[in-house]
Design a protein around this ligand. Sequence first.
Ligand SMILES: Cc1ncc(C[n+]2csc(CCOP(=O)(O)OP(=O)(O)O)c2C)c(N)n1
Length: 554
Amino acid sequence: MSNPADVTFRWAAALIGGLAGAGVTRAVISPGSRSTPLTLAALRHPAIACRMVLDERVAGFHALGLAKAEQKPVVLIATSGSAIANWLPAVVEADMARVPLILLSADRPPELQNCGANQTMDQIGLFSSHARAFHQLPPAEEESGWLAPFAARAVAQSLGPLLGPVHINVPLREPLVPSADIAAPKPGAPAAQTLTSAPAPTPAALDTLSQVIAQGRGAIVCGTEDLGPESRAAIFDLAERLQVPVFADALSGLRFDPRAGATVLAHPDQVSRNAPPADWLLRLGGAPISRALSDWLKKAAGRPQIVVGSSSRIADPEGTATHTLTADATALYRALNGPPAPADWLEQVQALDAAATEAAERACDEDTPFEGTVLRRLVRALPAATPLVMANSLPVRALDWLAGRPASGIRLFGSRGVSGIDGTLSAAFGIASAFGPTVAVIGDLAFQHDLGALALGADLPLAILVLDNSGGAIFDHLPQTVLPEFQEGWLTPSTLDIAGAARSFGIEAETVTSNDAAVAGILAALKRPAASVIRLPIDRAASLARFRAFFAAR
Ligand SMILES: Cc1ncc(C[n+]2csc(CCOP(=O)(O)OP(=O)(O)O)c2C)c(N)n1
């Protein structure tokens, strides 16, 4: 009779081999005892690159960053109990941002459930509606041939029709350590590949939409999703053909694309504060960050607003859509056509954009540390194709307000699924692991929130710029600022020694006192094989005054 630990190992290896056969190449693993067969099978699998990450919350976001960068599912493995509950923040982000993850949770076998066994809880359906599917495996058996096709189906579920996390709960019985001479897992037969693709627009839909965009002064509005280089090219062409402006969120990447022409506004947020409402709107790539832009969409309520998504989740938080469409974006923009808008429309909007550009240059022309200035200069200084990860809160908004349209060819990443300030560094390390030298820009509180991620910094080239404005400076821009309890309840400045904390993880860190020194520090950091932290202290009140002066400029 086979050694039961060997049966369990071969079972886990069949599962991991099935995932590999379906195209999975990365696993992010947190240490634990119950998960031993899964961990060992992944570590010994020839086609799976593994990274061990102690903190499961960090592991979840790290896998999220990797999966976003490589656009394919990444496996998470952890032990039973609270360990896997720490994946939840990354799982909800992956759900809303549509990022494929395979969650392999180790569990106790049925005989140890509901009897007070150590580190045991109900793990069934733990991720609720945030997982595209939940699968409960039986305890290991000799017959494991069905696990490979099962694993391939799980991978397929993570890839569509709506990309996202899939949870597989794996009960594992002791003994957990296989014989020393057990064979290494086989690569696994290649499974059918899952190709993702959105539907092509039907002629009827094209006909309806072409009629909508044939009348008046329209605009294209791109949200925070990066639709990829092909779609971007199709959007540029469409805007040229129709002679309409493109209001593109910074995270969409359109403003950083060297092919962006003069239809792509440099300062869509500022322009939308002053522009008259458009006659029709074509909205794509999710919702934009800018509140002013969202208000501008509301001003055009009642006029045709076409919202396009690549999946059934259509973003229309303003509730002003008149038409929604799920279609392949590139195919749609290539096929749409109509007469050009009246000539004075684009000129009028471009004049507002030129004024906004002048105002932005004025707001950023001195070297006193300021979020806007350092970001405006950074996005122009980074080498083309550098990944730039923007933390939520003020960093991503300051970029949207003041980066302009540098067309520098850098690649933007954000975390706008649920817009948390958590896990930013963990995900940025994932992006650095996939792409090499990467920059992350983050506020002091978001930095503190993800301190544990710094443990990943020893061999991953991440240049971290901390905009240290002594607390949650975003709240200065919100109505809460008038509250007498503002400092205590919202700003919540921290006493963390940011550079010291980084150094305690063995990471090089320095504090700089000018925007240019921060940019130079990041450029130098990009050449190092490990993480570095550059901290730029910023005076909150002065920063707020500069933002306000910019918004007030006409
Ligand atoms: C996980 C999570 N917790 C809380 C919030 C609410 N929140 C939004 S911004 C913010 C402050 C962030 O401060 P910091 O990172 O220093 O950036 P700053 O606004 O100062 O640039 C908080 C607590 C959130 N978005 N996500």
